[in-house]
Design a binder for this molecule. Structure first.
Ligand code: DQA
Length: 147
């Protein structure tokens, strides 16, 4: 089973970007963590990052066409991109929204997610472990489907 882990703007800068909020681990560390987690769960995990909304939307369409489950950290797109929400609404497989920080505990503008309503569910606030939990959720959902 293939899973796409999609990351939005500024997430390539993990490690140097506001480490007090997002931690000291780098994007490469995140890629390794997701791949390792996938190996344990028997999932083939492909991790991508883009700062470009159009590219992100193309990846979401690709996942919908191929019935590929998605773990997505939409980063700032979370809070305002109706275009990304409309793309995610076309999903044909489980889709988990993840955040490293807990947006509900931060500035007011982060309290709204325009994508949460079209996700299977959301995991936020556990640092990079949010991705581990999201991949576990995807594995559970796939196992239920196959049962
Ligand atoms: C984030 C939270 C967003 O509010 C922010 O814009 C990000 C990262 C997180 O993972 O905590 O870029 O999605």
């Amino acid at each position: 089973n293939r899973v796409l882990v999609l990351n939005g703007p500024n997430l390539r800068r993990l490690g140097t970007r506001e480490p007090d909020v997002y931690g000291a681990d780098t994007f490469d560390d995140l890629v390794a963590l997701c791949r390792d987690t996938g190996r344990h769960l028997n999932l083939h995990v492909e991790v991508r990052q883009t700062d470009d909304e159009a590219e992100m939307i193309r990846w979401v369409h690709e996942a919908a066409d191929e019935r590929t489950p998605v773990v997505i950290n939409p980063a700032a797109f979370t809070h305002y991109s109706y275009a990304l929400r409309d793309a995610l609404a076309q999903r044909t497989a489980p889709l988990v929204e993840v955040h490293i920080s807990n947006p509900a505990a931060r500035e007011e503008f982060r309290h709204t997610s325009v994508v949460a309503g079209v996700a299977t569910g959301t995991i936020a606030g556990f640092g990079l472990t949010s991705y581990v939990l999201a991949l576990q959720a995807v594995a559970e959902l796939l196992a239920e489907q196959d049962a």
